[in-house]
Design a protein around this ligand. Structure first.
Ligand code: AHR
Length: 552
């Protein structure tokens, strides 16, 4: 079967058990008890049985910038990710602008998607851009994902139009596996040159005289697997060639506005992957003028074991805790590869780009297994928050990430069915995290406590804080425990905060989902907060994600 051949190799690479959860954070001791503020959420009296904890924020200290590109998306020609999810065609009864559905555009605009990685994934290494331009589109195949026909009606111009409509930047993944450097360099010339070359004239004939901007260039995808099963050395030789010849000619993107080049990086934590990172970074350390990279990609899905077997809905606390334990492996993975990168790039010029991450569950019964259709529950919202927080804690090195995938595939923001659209719990996490885009991290210290179920122990609480560009202080708190609320006392060092207000996302069950019929089951609710005696006391609902603004 088309689908299984790709997956078999992924099964092999990730069949090793996940490493034990690090409890480092759980042992952090609170400090800096300055300026106590009391806030009672929903004016509730302290809960009997609620867990109690303290957290300190030192607002006088600044950490790394939280690059807005950490909130990037990934859209592959896979299942209904592009066709039906974004593209319905100009003649569709579904309201659209030049073929792109209006409801999806409005929803994505509202979460300020910084960049979209396209056209794949494994699809990218079989994509030939010329099939997707002009009036006569070649109909091809999509052997990776169900072996379905690919109409190529969504191609270069449609993608750039889509980005324009949602206000996002292009992260193009070029075909290294089955393409050529010439094909990729011509694509970039077609897209970016302002001079009247033959390719630029063709672009104008196809409706876009002005050059496009391409902010990010991915050189291959999983070149160690579906991208051609290359050795690090073989890939390196390709990387150097593509880096040299695939140029961006847009006059507005020279110098500091340059297109950032992202090399294929690791897909796990085992020696094979550290060896891959080592090989690329070692070469980078001594790179000559003729090639360069700005980022190293890393892929890591929360799956527990391949093939994906966990249900995306209709599960209980055991599966909830197993998945969340597995997702926290992201911390070790980033630390491990960052350490290798630090050896060769101590100034952190090369970003670690987690451009495929998220939950990967068993396909929904009745769906095409090659379409990677799954539900998105409250568990996914908690999972998203935990990962985003890990990225934020590593924001000096991790400056870009792309959740897989934007619409109708894997851990999606949006699910559509013909004219219907529903926003997932993960979508709402991205909305709640908007204040963290391009904000500056502020250190938080806390004893996370523990939550144990079925011999699985997790940190009970997670948190990050940051100051936005206007200097406002934001705090995110996740209560992983699905049963017990947490009363958290927040100690603010020199923040001058006098009130707090924000939103919390929770629902009745760990597997609560939004459906077309009941789209508001898992949506953020405003929380009212009162300040008393310079102490801040928040009540975190069980299995919840909370973001508050600490107002002065
Ligand atoms: O996101 C689905 C697939 O997962 C991508 O195509 C591939 O890069 C990865 O293995």
């Amino acid at each position: 079967m088309f689908f299984s051949s790709t997956r078999t190799s992924i099964v092999r690479r990730l069949a090793v058990p996940f490493t034990a959860l690090s409890h480092g954070r759980a042992s952090l001791i609170h400090a800096l008890l300055v300026g106590f503020v009391l806030i009672a959420i929903n004016a509730a009296a302290p809960l009997a049985g609620a867990q109690k904890m303290e957290l300190s924020i030192d607002a006088s200290k600044a950490g790394a910038k939280i690059d807005r590109n950490l909130f990037g998306q990934f859209a592959e020609h896979l299942g209904h990710g592009i066709y039906e999810g974004i593209w319905v065609g100009p003649d569709s009864p579904i309201p659209n602008t030049r073929g792109i559905r209006n409801d999806v555009v409005a929803a994505l605009k509202a979460i300020r998607v910084p960049n979209v990685r396209w056209p794949g994934g494994c699809f990218a290494d079989e994509y030939h851009w010329r099939n997707g331009i002009g009036s006569a589109r070649a109909v091809t195949l999509n052997p990776n994902w169900g072996g379905v026909m690919e109409p190529n009606t969504f191609g270069t111009h449609e993608f750039m139009d889509f980005l324009d409509q949602i206000g996002s930047e292009a992260y193009l993944s070029v075909n290294v596996g089955s393409g050529t450097p010439r094909e990729a360099s011509e694509w970039l010339e077609y897209l970016t040159t302002a001079q009247p070359t033959t390719l630029a004239k063709e672009r104008a004939t196809n409706g876009h005289p002005a050059p496009y901007k391409v902010a990010f260039l991915g050189i291959g995808n999983e070149s160690w697997d579906c991208g051609g099963n290359m050795t690090p050395d073989y890939y390196l030789s390709q990387l150097k060639i593509y880096s040299r010849f695939v140029r961006n000619f847009n006059p507005a993107q020279q110098d500091k506005q340059q297109m950032l080049r992202i090399a294929v990086g690791p897909g796990g934590g085992e020696p094979r992957w550290t060896g891959w990172t080592e090989a690329i970074m070692k070469a980078y350390q001594h790179h000559s003028w003729s090639w360069d990279i700005n980022g190293l990609s890393m892929h890591s899905y929360t799956v527990v074991a391949w093939p994906p077997a966990f249900k995306s809905v209709g599960f209980g606390e055991t599966e909830y805790s197993q998945i969340l334990k597995s997702t926290l492996d992201m911390e070790d993975l980033i630390s491990k590869h960052s350490a290798v990168m630090d050896k060769y790039d101590p100034d952190k010029n090369v970003a670690l780009v987690v451009d495929e991450w998220g939950s990967w569950y068993a396909p929904l019964p009745g769906s095409n297994p090659g379409f990677l259709v799954q539900q998105n529950s409250l568990r996914d919202a908690v999972l998203a928050a935990l990962n985003l927080n890990i990225f934020v804690r590593h924001a000096d090195r991790v400056r870009m990430a792309n959740i897989a995938q934007m619409i109708n595939v894997l851990q999606a923001m949006i699910i559509t069915d013909k004219e219907k659209m529903v926003l997932t719990p993960t979508y709402y996490v991205y909305k709640m995290y908007l204040p963290f885009q391009d904000a500056t991290s502020v250190p938080v210290t806390f004893d996370a406590g523990t939550y144990t179920h079925d011999k699985i122990t997790l940190p009970r609480v997670d948190a990050i804080a940051a100051k936005d560009k206007a200097g406002k202080l934001w705090l995110e708190l996740t209560n992983v425990d699905p049963n017990e609320p947490v009363e958290i006392q927040i100690n603010l060092a020199g923040s001058g905060a006098k009130s707090a207000a924000g939103e919390t996302l929770t629902a009745s069950k760990v597997d609560s989902v939004n459906t077309f019929e009941a789209p508001h089951t898992v949506v953020p609710k405003p929380i009212s907060a009162k300040v008393q005696d310079a102490k801040l006391l928040l009540k975190l609902e069980p299995k919840s994600v909370t973001v508050v603004l600490l107002e002065q």
